[in-house]
Write a protein that binds this ligand. Structure first.
Ligand code: CP
Length: 331
């Protein structure tokens, strides 16, 4: 079952989100967060989906996506099961990936998955559709390819940060680091087609630049972008700087060896050049590209971004299960 404007089902790719849906999810995130602040509201939220069960199949390492989805489920009363290590599942006995997913779908109402391989969430969604099992698949990171729910929480963080300045529309957003293999920056860039007059600045060494399909998508959708390997050339123009780490886990040879961290790092020196009302984001975990000394700067948004992640995932589950109207009854 594919998603429609009224019904969100499988979450596979940022390109499935329209501007009205993004706006609705942002508003829903703020709403659930506000409801949860009061004890009564938190208790009411826990009844909302207490008849549902979720499978968290995370066979690629994760801290915050796993924990934020797990806790988002618990906020809504959804019971969770997990497999994080396939060596203790029946995959070790030779069970195929599709048979494993089909088995999960016998027990749960939603499957949230992070995989090393690209396209495995899409493959799982196609399987559910083929066997007519109404179990949504949520892509929580598919190899080097996409991380759509990270992009949603990034959109929410950007919208909140620019709330008094007209939101994301018209902003200059820099994305820096290993843009070739970084799925978070790619997924976020794909979502920019929904915003007006946004300009993207890709800051990366030649060998780690954004790949052509994304750039073609931006060109086809009239999104202006500029590429440079020189942060100091552009930093003063940015409204947001989205920093990402070197994705060494995808090295097949020694691709990362020549990466000059010093040129793609944010520290106190770079913060001096950033606008007073600009923000710094990072999907985390960080490496040397983001100096912990930046943490105490009010423009550092990454810890807030991390917290926003759980609430955006609560909103997403509410929308997937179509219970958003029930929120109206809550305080
Ligand atoms: N941002 C993110 O995906 O973090 P984890 O790898 O810790 O889930």
């Amino acid at each position: 079952m594919i998603s429609s404007p009224d019904r969100l089902f499988h979450i596979l790719d940022p390109r499935q989100f329209s501007r009205p849906l993004l706006d609705e999810l942002c508003a829903l995130t703020t709403r659930v967060r506000s409801i949860a602040k009061a004890r009564e509201g938190a208790r009411a939220l826990q009844t909302l989906l207490s008849n549902k069960r979720a499978m968290l199949y995370f066979t690629q390492p994760s801290t915050r996506t796993f924990l934020s989805f797990n806790n988002a489920c618990h906020v809504l009363g959804i019971r969770t099961s997990e497999i994080r290590d396939p060596s203790i599942s029946s995959e070790v006995k030779g069970e195929s990936f599709e048979d494993s997913i089909r088995t999960f779908s016998s027990y749960v109402d939603v499957i949230i998955m992070r995989t090393w391989g690209e396209g495995m969430a899409a493959q799982s969604a196609a399987l559910m559709d083929r066997i007519r099992r109404p179990v949504p698949i949520i892509n929580a990171g598919s190899g080097k390819d996409q991380h759509p729910t990270q992009a949603l929480l990034d959109i929410y963080t950007l919208e909140r940060s620019f709330e008094s300045r007209g939101g994301i529309d018209g902003k200059v957003i820099g994305l820096m680091g290993d843009l070739k293999r970084g799925r978070t920056a790619r997924s976020l860039a794909y979502l920019m087609k929904s915003y007006s007059d946004v300009r993207l600045v890709f800051i990366a060494p030649e060998a780690f630049r954004m790949e052509s399909p994304l750039k073609k998508h931006l060109s086809d959708n009239g999104i202006e972008f500029y590429e440079t390997a020189n942060l100091s050339e552009v930093i003063s123009e940015l409204d947001a700087l989205y920093v990402t780490r070197l994705q060494v886990e995808y090295d097949t040879a020694e691709e990362s060896k020549g990466y000059d961290h010093a040129r793609f790092t944010v520290g106190l020196e770079q913060m001096k050049k950033l606008k007073a009302d600009a923000i710094v984001m990072h999907p985390l975990p960080r490496g040397p590209e983001l100096d912990p000394e930046v943490d105490s700067d009010p423009r550092a948004m990454y810890w807030r971004q991390e917290r926003n992640g759980m609430w955006m995932r609560v909103a997403l589950l509410v929308k997937i299960f179509g219970v958003e109207n029930a929120l109206g009854e809550f305080c």
